[in-house]
Every structure is written in C-alpha cells, then in structure tokens.
Design a binder for this molecule. Structure first.
Ligand code: CA
Ligand code: CA
Ligand code: CA
Length: 248
C-alpha cells in the first residue's frame, strides 16, 4: 500500500516536472482598442486590438500599425525566467505589397521589468525574427545585427510561428519536430524557428547560437515581444501569442 502511494507520488512529481507551465496566453479576445501596460505587458505603442481579418479567423487580434516616421511600434512583455521556452504566435502581413515599409521584429532579451522599450535595439536582443513588410523580401533570423539565415514567406497568408529557445548554456533541449514528429535536440544557448511547421531555409533543427552578451547565464531571458523602427513603418496582425516553459 505504502509502496503504491510512493510510486503514485513519484509519477505525480515527474509529471509535474515535465509539465509545461503557461507563461503567457494572449488571444486578445477579451480586449478592444488601445492596450494598456499591466503585470506582464510592459510597454505598448501603436498597437490596438481590433476584429481580426477573416484570414486569421476573425477573432480580435493585435493590429500592429506603425505608420509614423518618428514613433516606434512596441508590444513588449516580461515573463518569468524559465531556462527554456516554446513561443508561438500567428502573424499576417496587412500590406504585403507596400514598398515603403520596414519590418516587424520579434525579439527576446534579458529579464527586465522596466517600462521602457528594450527590444528596439539589436544589442538587447538574444535573437530576432524579422519579417519584411514587402513580402517578396522575405524574412530573416538575426543574431544581433548579423543575419543567421533568411527565408521566404507568403504575404497573403497567416504565418504560424513556433520558436524554441534554450537559454541553458550547457544542456541541450529535446523537442519534437513539428513536421516529422521525430525527436530533435536544440543546442545550448540556442534558438530554432519553425514557420508553418517547417524550418526556415538553411536552418538546422539544432538551432543557431544566440547573441552571447545577452543570453549568457542559464536562465536570464524573459523579455519578449514585437517592435518596429522609428523611421520605418510596419503594418501587421498578431494573434495567439502563447509562451510556455519547457523542460529539457
Ligand atoms: Ca484572437
Ligand atoms: Ca543562456
Ligand atoms: Ca515608425
């Protein structure tokens, strides 16, 4: 009797350890209009919640609309430090043929509770996924200012992004490839980006090393979100931003 209780307790403990904890689940469905900073949302500018386009399912979504040559669009959260994360979101280019736009940048940086913009500078980003407004220019993953790899995307359809981040500097992170369901291993202090369940061109399933000056330490990253450029413009829809902690 005692033994079975011990086994049950152990199973419970292991399940608890392996269980992913949801750190952010933002569907934008219970909001409308201007967004306000709160416990997790640290800084927001030029982003409003509106009925989303039909291509995205039509539920409320975040309209990231930076049409200013001076201001920067910002949607920055600070979550718990977790050591390893699975981040997912849907993104749709609202003006894929616009030649004068800049791009939407998703980035992650060090834990930082401040209410000022942090991810607007490449120096503060462990990595970034940068989606050009002119869809034919494609997208790229950058480490600091350096392009790690580039890919193309369909500007007319929703891009479903999944990013695994391994902030641990020595241990690999096991994950399941979204395409083949085979086991894969993300290198220490590295990031891997999947879009529509495919790797971005020229990318390995073991990921690319993050910018060390930002990511050094086993659990230092917690800030994440979207930014644009002060001079440049950007017009995108974002929905279903979901972040969970994952265990190696
Ligand atoms: Ca929604
Ligand atoms: Ca790290
Ligand atoms: Ca701007």
């Amino acid at each position: 009797m005692k033994k079975s209780f011990a086994v049950m307790f152990l199973c419970f403990l292991v399940a608890g350890l392996l269980h992913a904890e949801v750190l952010l689940d933002q569907t934008f469905d219970d909001a409308s209009g201007k967004m306000s900073p709160g416990k997790l949302l640290k800084r927001v500018n030029l982003v409003t919640v509106e009925p989303g386009p039909a291509a995205m399912g039509g539920t409320p979504a975040a309209h990231f609309l930076d049409s200013s040559a001076e201001e920067t669009g910002i949607l920055e959260y600070n979550l718990e430090k977790a050591g390893a994360f699975l981040i997912s979101f849907d993104v749709l280019n609202n003006t894929p043929a616009a030649e004068d736009g800049f791009r939407l940048i998703f980035g992650m940086g060090k834990d930082d509770q401040s209410k000022s913009v942090k991810l607007g500078s490449a120096a503060n980003r462990a990595f970034s996924l940068e989606i050009d407004q002119l869809a034919s220019k494609g997208l790229s993953v950058r480490i600091g200012k350096e392009s790690a790899f580039k890919g193309s995307y369909d500007g007319a359809s929703v891009q479903q992004v999944k990013i695994w981040v391994n902030d641990n500097d020595t241990a690999k992170l096991s994950y399941i490839r979204p395409d083949t369901k085979a086991a894969a291993q993300l290198n220490p202090d590295s990031v891997v980006v999947w879009i529509n369940d495919k790797l971005v061109a020229d990318e390995s399933d073991s990921g690319v090393a993050m910018q060390t000056v930002v990511s050094v330490g086993d659990a230092v990253l917690a800030r994440l979100g979207f930014v644009s450029q002060s001079k440049g413009t950007a017009d995108f829809w974002i929905d279903n931003l979901h972040v969970e902690s994952v265990s190696p």
